[in-house]
Every structure is written in C-alpha cells, then in structure tokens.
Ligand binder design. Structure first.
Ligand SMILES: O=P(O)(O)OC[C@H]1O[C@H](OP(=O)(O)OP(=O)(O)O)[C@H](O)[C@@H]1O
Ligand SMILES: Nc1ncnc2[nH]cnc12
Length: 214
C-alpha cells in the first residue's frame, strides 16, 4: 500500500531520524577538521630536497616523518582506519619505503606481509615485471606462492608519482589472482598522473597528502 513518506510517520521516529542525520553531519565535519590538521602535521614532517637524485626532482624524504614517533603513528593510523575491522589477508609493500609502512599496517590489521622487491633479492621462485618510474626503469618481483588467488590485499608505498612502480606491483598482484582492496600511499604527486594509472586498472587509490610538481 502507498504511504506518504513523512506525514504518516510517528513524530518521535522523525525526531530520532533527524538527530541521527545531525550526528552523522557533526561526525563527518569533525573528521574533516581532524584530517586537515593531520595533513598539515604530515606535510610539515616531510623534508623536501631539491635536485635529488636528479636536477629538477624535489625529493620528498619521509625519514623525518618516520623518525618522529607522533607523525609515524599518525600516518599509520590514517592509512589503517578505513580498513579497521574489515578482512584483509595481506599487505603488499613495495621496496624499500613501502616495507616500513606496510609492516606497521600489517601488524595493525593482523594481516600477513608480502615484500615486492627489486629483482634478484628474493630467494625462492618469483614472478617478475619491468616497470618505469620517475627517474629510470627497473624490474620488480614477488614470490610465486606469496598470494593465493582471491586473497584480499592492500598495496602500500610511501609515494605515488608517475605510478609506474605501483602499476607494476598491481599487475604482479593481479597476475597472482589477488583481490586488491586498495593501494595506499602517504604522498601523491598528482601532476605526474600515477593515481589515474592505478584507477585504470580498477584499483582504488588512497593518499593522505599532495605536493605540487615533481
Ligand atoms: O610512481 P613512481 O614514479 O613509480 O615513483 C614512486 C616510487 O619511487 C620511490 O621509490 P624508489 O624507486 O626511489 O625506490 P627506493 O624506495 O628503493 O628508494 C617511491 O618510494 C616509490 O616506490
Ligand atoms: N619526488 C620524489 N620524492 C621521493 N620519492 C620519489 N619517487 C618518485 N618521485 C619521488
């Protein structure tokens, strides 16, 4: 039977719904403010080094963020919170800085950790892929038995620039049949278009802060 949406509802139910909506609004607004504060804190904790490793590149050095217990914890908490309480089987970390973040995230989510390494470093049977990055080309690999088909995996690295590295890692994981929940980074260099590369492969991208330029 047709029921007008509002008129026949109990006024107490309407009031309860209104309060609930207000609470959500308040909470998300609160979270928005917290996020801006966290973003400034994380941005300030990163050291920028011009012309490293090549002229024209501003190297975004996260060692300063990692060395500060408060900002290291904040970054990990922010990367973890959307997945807290959800089932994640493995965190795949990209060598080298993705290992530091990925290990901490895996611990928080009670997930396993899978290293994606530069070629020639892993001792057992591997799958390998060539990839290009902002300042060169290389090859990366992972152990063939590191991921079982259908496992839920989060890919982690410190920074996405051209997206060549993360794209290579995504392709390796997809080859192994991983169900990639998301790819997470502290830093995005949006002008270099990495996010779009991953999204074109059907991967959700989550980043905490952005820097202009290279
Ligand atoms: O989006 P892209 O253009 O591919 O660049 C991003 C990659 O570059 C950096 O690693 P780097 O290659 O410098 O290796 P490292 O962590 O071993 O120093 C960074 O940690 C990412 O892995
Ligand atoms: N500008 C940059 N800073 C740090 N790591 C990077 N990897 C690619 N580009 C980078």
């Amino acid at each position: 039977m047709f029921r007008p949406a509002v008129a026949q509802r109990n006024p107490w139910e309407l009031a309860a719904r209104w309060c609930y909506g207000f609470a959500i609004l308040k909470t998300s607004k609160g979270r928005f403010h917290i996020m801006i504060a966290v973003q400034s804190e994380l941005t300030a904790a990163i050291r920028s080094i011009p012309d490293y490793p090549k002229p024209g590149i501003v190297f975004r050095d996260i060692t300063t963020l990692l060395g500060n217990p408060k900002t290291f914890r904040r970054a990990i908490d922010e990367l973890v919170h959307p997945y807290a309480g959800t089932k994640v089987d493995k965190i795949a970390g990209i060598e080298a800085r993705g290992f530091i973040l990925g290990g901490a995230i895996a611990h928080q989510l009670s997930a396993g950790f899978v290293p994606i390494r530069k070629k020639g470093k892993l001792p057992h049977e591997t799958v390998r892929i060539a990839y290009s990055l902002e300042y060169g080309v290389d090859e990366m690999e992972m152990h063939k038995d590191a991921i079982q088909p259908g496992e839920k995996v989060i890919l982690v690295d410190d920074l996405i620039a051209t997206g060549g590295t993360a794209e290579g890692a995504t392709k390796l994981l997809q080859q192994m049949g991983a169900d990639i929940v998301a790819a997470c980074f502290i830093i995005d260099l949006p002008e270099l278009g990495g996010r779009k590369k991953l999204e074109a492969l059907g991967v959700k991208v989550r980043t905490l802060i952005e820097f202009e330029g290279h």
